[in-house]
Ligand binder design. Structure first.
Ligand code: EPU
Length: 418
């Protein structure tokens, strides 16, 4: 298993380019199943989760060609409308094929995801919304089977809690349903809006994506389209924190500053100097230790849970005590035990981490537990004194494109050990 060897203490300096959004690319690829015509997607990040989704589309029967970040999917025939356990267990977002398959073929069989390192992650809300759209659902042997051989019917759906992939899944099911579906308490994440833009290019009639009420007027069929995925806001946020934590001077390019406003405002309060560098770029400078500033994770436009771990690494060297509250996932503090091995002083009380800032952290051997936790450990290691070894970096490879390469190019002492 690959490891990262990192020698801390080097301030990062230079430009860090942002890739396409993994969490936008995943539903966009699933959306290609909705038409028999080819769909071409640009700025698809070349990360493991995307490769897994491409393999899943191929398994289902689509032809997938991928070259330099452009992926062409031709889903003319779908022989096997199914997401098997072997795929779903490695990537929960595989359940995103449930809605498109039920909508297009009237049949879908998707393995239920088990728990994962960050929480239970059920798909009950996806399933119950599909039932409201008229699908007959059976759950047995660890699989959800949806049948709607006469097609889906529009419904009024209210999500009991906000779910990102749930909103995406149901939006994709509803585009081919008869009548107008309304989703209330929908997720407002930029990735949901990006998916709606792609679907509308394919001939769907969706209004309100990006707000909490989405209306989807069903159409007979969708056609091929071409679309460029939005920049990855979580990668952009991770890079800003990398610049600040190493007391560097970094310009994050090709990002959408609006998508990470909740982070940049907090970083500004904590003492980082963040300026708009024009042309979708943000420059961050921070010569001092930050001031402790509390955060609470929330759905968009709140502070992203996917940036909580990375922000905590920065707060580990803050002046004062910060309270970090996680409201989205029940178990997303696995990184704290590893940060503690590097000298961080963190106490967990239920859904809150109380972080007492230390003068410095020291390099250590640590284990990555999930994608964003790995990023937090890399940030901590780049600031810590001495050498760190981060094990299980395959988590990192699931969602960050050429991460160590990009960081090394701006001065990080990071090396992949095979
Ligand atoms: N939930 C349910 N039932 C459901 C669906 C969700 O109870 O049917 C609960 C979840 O257990 C969780 C909360 O609702 O407590 C929110 O989960 P959500 O469904 O919004 O998460 P997700 O769609 O599975 C996406 C991202 C995650 C990101 C979350 C929250 C993708 C592919 N994944 O997951 O990204 O953390 O939204 O913003 O878009 C990551 O990239 O590292 C990552 C984990």
């Amino acid at each position: 298993m690959d490891k990262f060897k990192i020698v801390g203490g080097a301030p990062l300096s230079g430009e860090l380019p942002v890739s396409g959004s993994k969490n936008s690319a995943l539903p966009a690829l699933a959306a290609c199943l909705l038409t028999e015509e080819p769909v071409v997607l640009h700025r698809i990040p070349q990360v493991k989760d995307i490769a897994t989704m491409q393999d899943l589309l191929t398994y289902i029967g689509a032809k997938v060609d991928s070259q330099d970040g452009t992926v062409r999917v031709d889903a003319e025939t779908l022989d096997r409308p199914e997401a098997p356990y072997e795929v779903v267990k490695t990537m929960r977002a595989s359940s995103l094929v449930l809605g498109p398959l039920a909508g297009r073929t009237g049949r879908a069989r998707v393995s239920m995801p088990g728990g994962c390192a960050i929480g239970a992650r059920p798909i009950n809300l996806h399933v119950s919304a599909l039932e409201q759209l008229g699908a007959h659902i059976e759950q047995s042997h660890g699989y959800v089977e949806a049948q709607a051989l006469q097609g889906l019917e529009a419904a009024n759906i209210h999500f009991d809690r906000i779910t990102v992939t749930g909103t995406e899944d149901v939006m994709m099911a509803a585009v081919l349903a008869r009548g107008t579906t309304v989703i209330r308490n929908a997720a407002r994440e930029p990735e949901v809006k990006d998916l709606a833009e792609l679907l509308n290019k394919m001939g769907a009639k969706i209004q309100g994506a990006g707000t909490s009420i989405i209306a989807i007027e069903g159409v007979e069929r969708l056609h091929g389209a071409e679309h460029t995925i939005i920049p990855d806001r979580i990668e952009a946020g991770t890079f800003l924190l990398a610049g600040a934590i190493t007391k560097g001077d970094v310009t994050v390019t090709g990002c959408n500053p609006e998508h990470i406003a909740a982070l940049t405002i907090k970083m500004g309060q904590a003492g980082a100097d963040i300026e708009d560098a024009g042309c979708c770029a943000l420059r961050v400078r921070c010569r001092r230790r930050p001031k402790a500033i509390d955060i609470t994770t929330e759905e968009y436009p709140g502070f992203a849970t996917d940036l909580q771990a990375q922000y905590m690494s920065w707060m580990a060297i803050a002046h004062g005590i910060s309270f970090i509250t996680e409201t989205i996932f029940e178990n997303r503090f696995m990184h704290t035990q590893e940060l503690a091995r590097m000298g961080a002083n963190i106490r967990i009380e239920g859904r809150q981490a109380i972080v007492a800032g230390e003068d410095r952290l020291t390099g250590a051997q640590v284990l990555a537990s999930d994608l964003r936790a790995s990023a937090s450990l890399v940030l901590a290691a780049m600031m810590a004194e001495g050498e760190s070894l981060i094990d299980r970096v395959y988590h990192m490879d699931r969602g960050y494109e050429r991460f160590e390469e990009k960081l090394a190019a701006v001065g990080a002492h990071i090396e992949r050990l095979k």
